[in-house]
Design a protein around this ligand. Structure first.
Ligand code: DGI
Ligand code: FE
Ligand code: FE
Ligand code: FE
Length: 188
């Protein structure tokens, strides 16, 4: 599948606003791949499909999580916002026949991260966080870090996401802590 085809598929199922975010994430991810010697095709394709399931009915997402043996059922005890990545990766596999584990992992883990992130996974995770349409307070430093050190930038994004969720008295999915801890250890 070509990146343009993947973008066209996302356009079919997303609101205009969400689709424009996907276009910006794709461009941001390809630029990060150039900087960090990542596979431009893999990050571009994963970014083009990362929010494929974002605007779908939570009942549909729930039924995919229940049906897919290798999707963790504990997701159902966390916020429905966390469901579109894992389900989107399954849809990319079943509907578009994508089999590359790096691409599928980047879609699956783009919201939470996970313990052992590949280069492609880190790039898509970070691109989603820093794309030019984002305007939360700490995004500026995240963008600066993204030009210097991919691990530090991902670590900063994870740290701020955890702090943000806690400040809102929301739960934090364990994979987010595993991703944060792994990079904390790697960077210290
Ligand atoms: O799909 P996007 O809006 O582009 O971005 P995303 O998939 O990274 O994040 C979707 C939302 O999920 C965002 O508002 C923050 C929230 N989120 C991320 N990690 C967690 C979380 N929400 C909860 N409750 N727990 C988490 O661990
Ligand atoms: Fe998302
Ligand atoms: Fe994200
Ligand atoms: Fe996104």
């Amino acid at each position: 599948m070509k990146i343009d085809q993947a973008l066209a598929e996302s356009k079919k199922v997303l609101t205009t606003k969400r689709y424009e975010h996907v276009e910006r994430v794709t461009e941001t991810a390809i630029n990060l791949a150039k900087r960090y010697n990542g596979d431009e095709y893999k990050v571009g394709l994963a970014a083009a499909l990362h929010d494929y399931a974002k605007d779908m009915d939570p009942h549909i997402l729930k039924s995919w999580i229940e049906a897919e043996v290798d999707l963790p059922k504990d997701l159902l005890h966390y916020h429905p916002e966390l469901w579109h990545g894992p389900v989107g990766s399954k849809m990319a596999n079943k509907l578009f026949l994508i089999q590359d584990q790096d691409i599928l992992g980047a879609i699956r883990y783009h919201t939470t991260g996970h313990q052992l992130m590949s280069l492609v996974e880190k790039i898509v995770f970070l691109a989603d966080y820093i794309e030019p349409g984002r305007n939360f307070p700490v995004v500026h430093l995240a963008r600066e870090l993204s030009e210097k050190d991919l691990d530090q930038a991902c670590h900063y994004a994870l740290e701020n996401s955890i702090q943000f969720l806690i400040s809102k008295k929301q739960s934090v999915y364990p994979d987010t802590f595993f991703a944060y801890n792994a990079l904390t250890n790697k960077l210290s």
